[in-house]
Design a protein around this ligand. Structure first.
Ligand SMILES: Cc1ncc(COP(=O)(O)O)c(C=O)c1O
Length: 417
């Protein structure tokens, strides 16, 4: 390809020019005096057990400040939270749960362990969130739940999903996967509080972290009464009896995790604002570039941009998406092709239906005819083939985000056909 000098911006770094970004700001310290205060108070405790634990109580109180749920169960991960949610929603063998194919394995694990059947519905081309129209197409008499994922901090169309759930013949439980969307608001309401159950992640890579951890919460009293036993071996701590009526794993959070998580929640508004500011800045600055599609956020929503995933129109460029990524990296941008390489249903465990030592009992028992080798979600596949992911974090100030925008603009304009 001919190397040309882009107007007024110099040669691309990949062609020997100077990189637009000479440094990448380090992540500001994530844990500090607040965490230390909680941990210091914790080491004076007699027990580090979650039930009636002071740190767990502090975590629940801090969480309720932002998410005013009546029933809350802190647990070991969001995978655990989602498994508890599926169990409390009463997913029985063969029941179907509609999920998007752009997500983490953690969204699927609980469904499969409860012998439910994940049914993949396609996503919207620019919000990357579950499509209500395709969810409707995938709805059957076996559908028991929808599990929308608020992708990279961008709230889903919960009104559409709720409306669809209400019109269905069978009661549909709406489980919101909020792992990537701490602080995000749908029309002013915190994500997770609009459906029936909200699930949150505190793993090391999320807006808030205690190393690993999760929270599952609901306002539904019937579901709420089951949260704790479903994450604690079936033991009902409130009744103080060890007489399990259900099979449930041990997904308890411990006091050290709760201590750190409680402190992190105190910083939620500040952290959420930073991520929102960065996402809005990039969107505003880049939206008119040729062949560039910014992530689409509903104007009434507050998106806490966990990472910035934009799409390109391949016909508008003289080179491939992967060459654009290489040029961005040369400019000093932390860029990578796509979110996952392929949609979840194309992972080997789904393609081989190898969930339980190479077998899938619900299919063997005739409770489902699902064949993941035949599943296609064309929009999700196109997104993964045409998107570029930019890492962002709360330590990026306005000046840096402007330079980051300039680096992206330089590369996009250069390769535009
Ligand atoms: C959308 C989504 N759901 C669930 C999970 C699982 O979270 P955890 O690692 O806390 O189990 C993740 C983690 O990356 C996620 O991104």
């Amino acid at each position: 390809m001919n190397k040309k000098k882009p107007d007024g911006v110099g040669y691309l770094a990949i062609d020997g020019g100077s990189p637009t970004l000479s440094t990448w700001p380090p992540h500001p310290p994530r844990w500090g005096v607040r965490e230390l205060a909680h941990l210091t108070s914790m080491v004076g405790q007699e027990s580090l057990f979650y039930w009636k634990g002071q740190q767990t109580a502090a975590l629940m109180e801090a969480f309720q400040q932002h998410y005013p749920f009546r029933h809350i169960m802190p647990c070991s991960s969001c995978t655990a939270a989602l498994h508890i949610a599926v169990a409390t929603a009463g997913i029985a063998p063969g029941d179907e749960v509609i999920v998007p194919p752009l997500t983490d394995m953690g969204s699927l694990i609980g469904i499969l362990y409860q012998q439910g059947v994940p049914v993949f519905a396609d996503v919207e081309p620019h919000s990357y969130n579950l499509s209500v129209a395709d969810t409707e197409k995938k709805l059957t008499v076996h559908t028991k739940a929808f599990m929308p994922v608020h992708f990279a901090g961008n709230p889903c169309d919960l009104d559409g999903l709720k409306d669809l759930a209400e019109r269905a013949e069978r009661r549909i439980v709406l489980i919101e996967d909020c792992a990537q969307s701490w602080g995000a608001l749908r029309k002013g309401r915190p994500v997770g509080t609009i459906g029936d159950i909200g699930c949150y992640s505190l793993n090391d890579f999320k807006h808030l972290s205690c190393g690993d951890g999760g929270i599952v919460a609901t306002d539904n009293d019937e579901i709420g009464a089951r949260l704790q036993p479903c994450g604690d071996k079936g033991y009902n701590r409130l009744k103080a009896v060890r007489s399990p009526e259900i099979l449930a794993p041990n997904y308890r959070m411990s006091e050290p995790q709760a201590a750190v998580a409680a402190a992190q929640l105190e910083r939620l508004p500040e952290i959420a604002q930073s991520y929102e500011r960065i996402g809005s800045h990039l969107n505003e600055r880049l939206r008119d570039l040729p062949g560039f599609h910014p992530p689409q956020v509903n104007p009434d929503d507050f998106c806490t941009c966990w990472f910035y995933l934009f799409r390109i129109d391949p016909s508008a460029f003289r080179c491939s998406r992967d060459e654009i990524v290489k040029a961005l990296i040369a400019e000093g941008v932390k860029a990578k092709a796509s979110y996952t390489k392929v949609p979840v249903y194309r992972w080997p465990v789904f393609q081989q239906h190898a969930f339980f030592d190479g077998r899938w009992p619900v299919r063997e028992m005739g409770l489902t005819e699902m064949d993941y080798r035949e599943v296609r979600c064309p929009v999700a596949e196109e997104i993964l083939d045409t998107s570029i992911r930019i890492t962002v974090h709360e330590g990026m100030d306005e000046i840096f985000v402007e330079r980051l925008s300039a680096a992206i603009e330089k590369v996009v304009r250069y390769y535009a056909a």
